[in-house]
Write a new protein. Structure first.
Length: 287
């Protein structure tokens, strides 16, 4: 059973995993989630993902129905039952169902879903040739609206950003914040390389990517100067290299922004060195 769903602890095939149309995750995006992947069949950086799940819950006032150990057991049981060589894992917690209405108190109890399916890694070509991205008009949510630090099911902001980027021929959207600073991709964090400096926007209105944090640590170990500071669109144009980070895609070189070449127009040496180091770290953690 390569794809299955753990629904409140019951392992089900996808066709039998059904949620109420009155669930608040369906009606309002009133839910949180995490996506992780396995290396060597083991979930990578699971404690960091569960910590972020707890942070997301606190930010939207959702009480998690399980402790971290119980989440680990459910994820482990689903992975064991699926028996994939490598898996994509999505953990979702919805506030639950109840009478239609905005008041969160109408929800009866949260639901916990764990979706496991075979991992479909990105094509090798995107690492060899790099990708083009577009700086889109859709802005990242204000922290005072829906804090981007919470990974919620209310994802329309990101959906519209990626839609705009794809219409322009971009692989990914780069979103700006309300002040016109570079925030993040629709499903990724963004890094710029200036000589021996690796720079990424600070955690001020963006999601704290797990891969982002690892790359910052790895850059320091490689003797690079890793910094968190604001980036503006013009900084992207003068960068020697740019790359994206995400759980499923690891590090993806950016070779064009809005049709303008980045550096030499090919994946840069610092990006490729970090990617190789990251993959060694991930493979070593699976043993």
């Amino acid at each position: 059973m390569p794809t299955l769903v753990s629904f409140d602890g019951r392992l089900l095939p996808p066709a039998r995993a059904r949620i109420s149309v009155f669930d608040r995750g369906f009606l309002y995006g009133d839910s949180i989630y995490e996506v992780l992947r396995t290396y060597g069949g083991r979930p990578f950086e699971l404690p960091a993902h569960l910590t972020r799940l707890g942070r997301s819950a606190r930010l939207i006032g959702l009480r998690l129905p399980l402790r971290a150990a119980a989440f680990r057991r459910r994820i482990g049981a689903a992975l064991h039952a699926a028996r994939n060589r490598e898996s994509y894992v999505r953990v979702i917690v919805t506030r639950g169902e109840g009478p239609i209405g905005l008041d969160p108190a109408l929800a009866v109890r949260p639901h916990v879903l764990v979706i496991v399916r075979p991992l479909h890694a990105p094509p090798a070509e995107i690492y060899r040739r790099g990708v083009s991205v577009s700086v889109v008009d859709v802005r990242r949510n204000l922290r005072q609206a829906i804090d981007p630090a919470a990974k919620t099911g209310n994802y329309l902001n990101n959906v519209l950003a990626l839609r705009e980027a794809r219409a322009r021929g971009g692989y990914e959207a780069l979103m700006l914040d309300a002040r016109g600073r570079v925030a993040e991709g629709s499903t990724s964090n963004v890094f710029a390389v200036f000589g021996a400096r690796v720079v990424t926007p600070p955690l001020d209105g963006i999601l704290a990517g797990v891969t982002r944090g690892l790359v910052l640590a790895l850059a320091g170990r490689l003797g690079l100067e890793a910094r968190e500071r604001p980036l503006r669109p013009e900084d992207l144009r003068r960068a020697d290299e740019l790359f994206l980070t995400s759980t499923l895609r690891e590090l993806v070189p950016i070779v064009r922004v809005d049709g303008r070449r980045v550096g030499a127009g090919t994946p840069g040496p610092t990006t490729l060195r970090l990617l190789e180091t990251f993959r060694r770290r991930a493979s070593g953690a699976s043993r």
